[in-house]
Design a protein around this ligand. Structure first.
Ligand code: IMP
Ligand code: MG
Length: 174
C-alpha cells in the first residue's frame, strides 16, 4: 500500500477542530432552543463532524442520514445529485439541520435544500465544518461554518481521498 501519510501537512489540528465544534454546538443550541431538531448527516464525509457536533448539542435531536453522489458519473458537475441512501423521507414540518463536511461548489447543499423544501421541512439550516468560499457557485447561506479554507484538497476528520484517510483526527492536505 502506498504511503499516503508521508507528505501530509496539517491544516487544522484536532484541538482546533474540537474547540470550534463546541462553539458551533453552542450557537445551534441557542438558535433551536425549545424546538425539536432533526440533524441530517450527509454521508460519508460528515460522520465524524456530525458525531462530535451531536455530542455537544444539548437540545433534543433526532439523527438521520443521507448519502448522495454529487455528479453521477460525470466529471464536470451536472448540478444534480442522486440519492444513494436515506434513513428517512419524513421531514414534514420538521426543523432540520443539514450537517456537511465541506462546501465546495455548493451544488450538493443547494440540491439538498431543494429536496428538503419539497419534502415539507418547516425550517432548514446548514452546518458545514469547512467552506471553500472562493469555489462557491451557488448563492446559498451556510448558517454554521467551522472554518473557511483556501482551495486545497483536504482530507481527514471524515474527508477522504479515494476512500482513504477519513479516520485521521485532523484536517490535512498534501
Ligand atoms: P460541492 O457539491 O461542490 O459543494 O461538493 C461537496 C462535496 O465534495 C463534499 O461533500 C465532499 O464530499 C466533496 N469535496 C469537496 N472538496 C473536497 C476536499 O477538499 N476533500 C474531500 N472531499 C471534498
Ligand atoms: Mg460530502
Amino acid at each position: 500500500m502506498e504511503n499516503l501519510n508521508g507528505s501530509l501537512k496539517i491544516l487544522i489540528d484536532h484541538e482546533q477542530i474540537q474547540k470550534r465544534v463546541t462553539e458551533l454546538a453552542t450557537a445551534i443550541d441557542q438558535d433551536f432552543k425549545d424546538k425539536d431538531l432533526v440533524i441530517l448527516c450527509v454521508l460519508k464525509g460528515a460522520f465524524i463532524f456530525c458525531a462530535d457536533l451531536a455530542k455537544n448539542i444539548k437540545s433534543n435531536v433526532d439523527i438521520e442520514f443521507i448519502s448522495v453522489s454529487s455528479y453521477g458519473n460525470e466529471t464536470v458537475s451536472s448540478g444534480k445529485i442522486s440519492i444513494l441512501f436515506e434513513s428517512t423521507q419524513d421531514f414534514k414540518n420538521k426543523n432540520v439541520l443539514i450537517v456537511e463536511d465541506i462546501v465546495d461548489s455548493g451544488l450538493t447543499i443547494h440540491s439538498l435544500l431543494e429536496l428538503l423544501q419539497k419534502r415539507g421541512a418547516s425550517e432548514v439550516k446548514v452546518a458545514s465544518l469547512l467552506l471553500k468560499r472562493e469555489k462557491l457557485k451557488k448563492n446559498i447561506v451556510i448558517d454554521y461554518i467551522g472554518f473557511e479554507i483556501p482551495d486545497h484538497f483536504v482530507i481527514g476528520y471524515g474527508l477522504d481521498y479515494q476512500g482513504r484517510l477519513r479516520s485521521l483526527p485532523f484536517i490535512g492536505y498534501f
